[in-house]
Design a protein around this ligand. Structure first.
Ligand code: ZN
Length: 259
């Protein structure tokens, strides 16, 4: 079993991120598995230098051990573009020049409605984004950005496949992203093995009485909660509420031995 932590360094981490780290790590360790760290830095515009330091700091504070860190996604554009090319050669990719506001106007839920599907725009034209034609309802995700930066889904799938990740453990809020990734992966030969990945969605963080976490806690960074006295044990307790019994028991044992 191999799983990964995959934070995006666009800002400071929150309680939900810390709980996901703990659940992911414990899920794998409780079953004798390994854990990778992958910093999702494919888009340099989304990288906040302090965000990267915050990731390492949080991992250390939580007492999580990592077997290996994957290289920066910015060193992997060649691989990502070859996956995009596979999709393009097989005619799954088309060019789209819609602006954000055009997409919103065409589809109130923000999901891409397929405006450019049959327009036949050149995929190498400047300023177009590349979308993958997937089953209806998934909104044809962007695989290559207007700025020629490979999109999140492509980078994530390529890295998971190439590292041999067997289990992806993420929050319920990413259930649709998981479905979209399966849609993309089965259309590119070098990504097809991703379809065998076990994807486990855990509930999102709730407050102690089973109520939704208060906005103030949700929007407060972990580091500021820590500076106000948040203990690791409290974060571990919160993570246990999101975990399956075996994972939760592993985490509970960690509380007594590591705090
Ligand atoms: Zn379009």
């Amino acid at each position: 079993m191999l799983t990964r932590l995959a934070p995006t360094p666009s800002g400071f981490l929150h309680m939900g991120n810390a709980c996901n780290f703990l659940v992911t790590w414990a899920y794998s360790r409780a079953r004798g598995g390994r854990v990778l760290l992958r910093v999702d830095d494919a888009d340099p515009n989304m990288v906040h230098p302090e965000g990267i330091a915050d990731i390492y700091d949080t991992i250390t504070w939580l007492g999580i051990d990592i077997d290996r860190q994957l290289p920066s996604q910015q060193s992997r554009y060649g691989r990502y573009w070859s996956a995009i090319d596979e999709l393009t050669v097989a005619a799954h990719v088309y060019a789209c020049d819609c602006t954000r506001s055009q997409i919103r106007a065409a589809s109130p839920d923000g999901r891409y409605s397929g405006t450019c599907r049959d327009r036949g725009l050149a995929v190498d034209a400047p300023g177009v984004s590349l979308r993958c034609r997937v089953d209806d309802g998934y909104g044809d995700p962007v695989v290559g950005g207007k700025n020629r930066i490979p999109a999140y889904h492509i980078a994530s799938i390529c890295d998971d496949v190439d590292a041999g990740v067997t289990h992806v453990i993420r929050g319920d809020d990413l259930a649709e992203a998981s479905a979209v990734q399966m849609q993309i992966a089965r259309r590119a030969p070098s990504l097809a093995s991703f379809c065998a990945t076990s994807i486990i969605h855990h509930p999102l963080l709730l407050g102690q009485n089973g109520q939704k976490l208060s906005k103030s806690v949700q929007s407060t960074t972990l580091r500021s909660l820590r500076s106000e006295g948040l203990s690791r044990a409290a974060v571990v307790e919160a993570a246990i509420t999101l975990a399956d019994p075996q994972t939760g028991q592993y985490l509970a044992e960690r509380i007594s031995t590591r705090t």
